[in-house]
Ligand binder design. Structure first.
Ligand code: ATP
Length: 343
C-alpha cells in the first residue's frame, strides 16, 4: 500500500457532488501537485486530506492507518495556506513554535527545532519581529517554518504563493523546491500556476469537475496527455487543437476527431522566403515576449494556430505565410477528445 492512499473519496455540498470517487496513491517523499480549473475541487480534496472538510464516502489511509474519520489535529499533517494565518501579536519565533509549545515540548528542543527551520528558510534575523514587520514573502516563509517544526508526515500547501508578486513567487518557488530536496517530506501542493506545477511536481494530478483526468510526471502529461482537456490545460500558450479536416496533412485521425499541435511544433515562413510547400495562412497577431515570439496565424483552411519561436520576427498582422507543422509530434484526439494513437 502507498504512504497516502485515497480510495473512492466522495464529497457532497448539499446536492452538489463536489468530489466524485477519487482514487489516488502517493508514495513517501513524493511531491504531488493538484491542478485544474477554478471550482474543480482541488482545495476541497486537500482539505479532506487535512481533516478540515469531512469525507462523505470512501477512505483515506496514511502510513498504513485509516484516518478517514480522525480529527485534523490527530492526522500528523501540516497545512500551509494562501492567507498565512499567522498570529499578528506574536513574534516569528513564537509563531513558529506555537504548536510545539501547545504540545508541551521541552524548551531546549523547541529552540533547536525553530532555529534549524529558521536557518533553512533564511529567517534567523527576523525571529524577534512580528508578522507586521515582515514582507509578504517572509511571512509566507514563517508559515512554512511553522509547518516544518512539527515534522509532519505530510505537508499540504494550498496556493501558498498566490499572494506574492511574480519575482517573489519565482524565488519562493525555488526555496520550496530546495526545501523539499533537503527534507524529502511527502508534499501535496495545490496551485493554479502552470510553472509551479511543472517545476515542483514529481507527479501532477489534473482534476476536472471533481474527478481525476490524468496523473503523471510533468513531462508525461506534456508529451502524452490522455485527452484534449489535459493537453490544453498543461502548457502555456496552450496546445493548438483544430478539427482534423482543417489540417489534412496529419493522417490517421479518428473520424470527427481533432489534431493537437504544441506551439513549438508550428513554424512559419514569410511569402517569397520559403513559404512554398507550407500550408497557406495569414498572420493575425505577433506577440514579442523577448526570449520568444508568439505568432497567431489564420490558415486558409479556417484553422487558427499559435506558433512559438525563439527568433524575433519581421512578420506583421496581415502578412501571408507558409505554415509548417512537425507532423511527428502531432497529437490525435477522437470526437470525444480522447487521445488516439496514429496508425
Ligand atoms: P479554486 O481554484 O477556484 O480555488 P478549487 O478547485 O479549489 O477552485 P473547490 O474550492 O474545491 O475548488 O470547490 C469545488 C466545488 O465545491 C465548487 O463548485 C465549489 O463551489 C464547491 N464548494 C466548495 N466549498 C463549498 C462549501 N463549503 N459549500 C458549498 N459548496 C462548496
Amino acid at each position: 500500500m502507498a504512504f497516502l492512499e485515497l480510495r473512492g473519496v466522495e464529497k457532497y455540498f448539499g446536492s452538489l457532488r463536489a468530489i466524485k470517487g477519487v482514487d489516488l496513491s502517493i508514495e513517501k517523499g513524493e511531491f504531488v501537485v493538484f491542478v485544474g480549473p477554478s471550482g474543480c475541487g482541488k482545495s476541497t480534496l486537500l482539505r479532506m486530506i487535512a481533516g478540515l472538510t469531512e469525507i462523505d464516502g470512501g477512505s483515506l489511509q496514511l502510513d498504513g492507518r485509516d484516518i478517514t474519520r480522525l480529527p485534523s489535529s490527530k492526522r500528523d499533517l501540516a497545512m500551509v495556506f494562501q492567507s498565512y494565518a499567522l498570529y499578528p501579536h506574536m513574534s516569528v519565533f513564537d509563531n513558529m513554535s506555537f504548536a510545539l509549545r501547545l504540545a508541551h515540548v521541552d524548551k531546549a528542543v523547541i529552540k533547536e527545532k525553530v532555529t534549524r527551520a529558521a536557518e533553512i528558510l533564511n529567517l534567523v534575523p527576523y525571529l524577534n519581529r512580528t508578522p507586521r514587520e515582515l514582507s509578504g514573502g517572509q511571512r509566507q516563509r514563517v508559515a512554512i517554518g511553522r509547518a516544518i517544526v512539527r515534522a509532519p508526515k505530510v505537508f499540504l500547501f494550498d496556493e501558498p504563493l498566490s499572494n506574492l508578486d511574480a519575482a517573489l513567487r519565482g524565488q519562493t518557488r525555488v526555496e520550496i523546491h530546495n526545501l523539499h530536496r533537503s527534507l524529502g517530506a511527502t508534499t501535496i501542493y495545490v496551485t493554479h500556476d502552470q510553472v509551479e506545477a511543472m517545476t515542483l511536481a514529481d507527479r501532477i494530478v489534473v482534476l476536472r469537475d471533481g474527478q481525476i483526468e490524468q496523473v503523471g510526471t510533468p513531462l508525461e502529461l506534456y508529451d502524452r496527455p490522455a485527452n484534449q482537456f489535459v493537453a490544453q490545460f498543461i502548457g502555456s500558450p496552450q496546445m493548438n487543437v483544430v478539427e482534423a479536416r482543417q489540417l489534412p496533412v496529419i493522417a490517421d485521425v479518428p473520424a470527427g476527431g481533432f489534431v493537437g499541435l504544441r506551439p513549438e511544433d508550428v513554424s512559419l515562413q514569410p511569402a517569397g522566403q520559403g513559404a512554398e510547400g507550407g500550408l497557406p495562412g495569414t498572420v493575425d497577431l505577433v506577440e514579442s515576449l523577448g526570449a520568444e515570439t508568439l505568432i497567431h496565424v489564420r490558415m486558409d483552411s479556417g484553422a487558427q494556430l499559435i506558433a512559438r519561436q525563439s527568433l524575433r520576427t519581421a512578420l506583421r498582422h496581415g502578412d501571408k505565410v507558409g505554415v509548417f507543422v512537425a507532423a511527428a509530434n502531432a497529437h490525435r484526439f477522437d470526437a470525444q477528445g480522447r487521445a488516439a494513437r496514429a496508425g
